[in-house]
Design a protein around this ligand. Sequence first.
Ligand SMILES: Nc1nc2c(ncn2[C@@H]2O[C@H](COP(=O)(O)OP(=O)(O)OP(=O)(O)O)[C@@H](O)[C@H]2O)c(=O)[nH]1
Length: 345
Amino acid sequence: MAAFVPRQVYPHLESIPRSYYLGHHAAGLAKMTSMVSQMDLVIECRDYRVPIVSRNPMFEANLGERPRMIVYTKQDLGSNVTRMGKHTRKEDMQREKIIKKWDAPSISFFTDIKSPTTIKRVLDFARAHANASTSLFGTRLMVVGMPNVGKSSLLNALRNVSLGKKKAARTGDQPGVTRKIGSDVKIIEAQDGREAVYVLDTPGVFVPYVPDAESMLKLALCGSVKDTIIPPTTIADYLLYHLNLVDPDLYNMFSEPTNDIFGVLEGLARKQGRLKKGGLPDFESSALQFIQRWRSGQMGKFILDDVTEDALAERTQHLELLGGSMNQARKAAKQLKKEAYLAGG
Ligand SMILES: Nc1nc2c(ncn2[C@@H]2O[C@H](COP(=O)(O)OP(=O)(O)OP(=O)(O)O)[C@@H](O)[C@H]2O)c(=O)[nH]1
């Protein structure tokens, strides 16, 4: 039998929508912009699995006047698992070193809400920042980021690790759970003459313009876009492309190594009884299940963006060649803000 050869490049799909900038994103960003001068620090969350494409330049453009820290969330879902199933923390650390360099002079952290150690690092930085502040009314932090990146979960984890308190913000595995800017949530108690520290949760804001179909697929696979926007079988196929590059054994419970997503989904459907009338596989529900397995870390943990020293600069250059993504983003944001206003949103 011929050896299996995975696809080395994902085919460009013109049909993939490249926009998911909704009215409440524009309205939320406008409100954040109007409030930012009252904030001492902005915590910008990005997804560890897509450290490049989960950057939203709109935050820098609109909130850049305040000091900020970058938090790469869901580190536990992006850590390497090699073919032998061994976790290679060394590789993670190399990657994180590069990301920190990209973000300098802003400071970056990598978190997993189930790891108090990673949360404590963010808390320590927030505390040090607060201690250096002269505010008489406490320090205020605003947590921002793309939809479903884990902002509310981070807020809850900060509060829990610091104060031992239960959830204050609603979380969920679909984007758009937080629709409005919340109220101040205390994460550090006032102590020894120091004022308390509060965090403000905000709705996720998607990039107004996604420059290429593959970036959109990455964001959809990580859950930043509602699962109804791109056909689940297409997202599943994109996942299969990555699984094959990392290790085709990751889906061996459903199929032999293959580039045919429908073969894999049929295997899953038959194994889990996801069948329609006449015993035909339910491809859509099987695709959602396939994607969910990866999102929950049960089918390999790896990142989707290439992290190399030059990757970010190359991306920025690419975007400039496409016509200045920032200008396009600003224009799109302005237009949508206007539409949101006219619609009363
Ligand atoms: N494995 C893992 N899952 C996480 C982590 N942080 C958040 N999540 C999950 O990611 C999903 C989204 O989390 P939320 O906190 O609701 O995300 P959000 O950014 O507030 O979402 P929006 O409402 O769209 O703004 C939830 O299912 C969380 O449980 C993490 O560190 N590790």
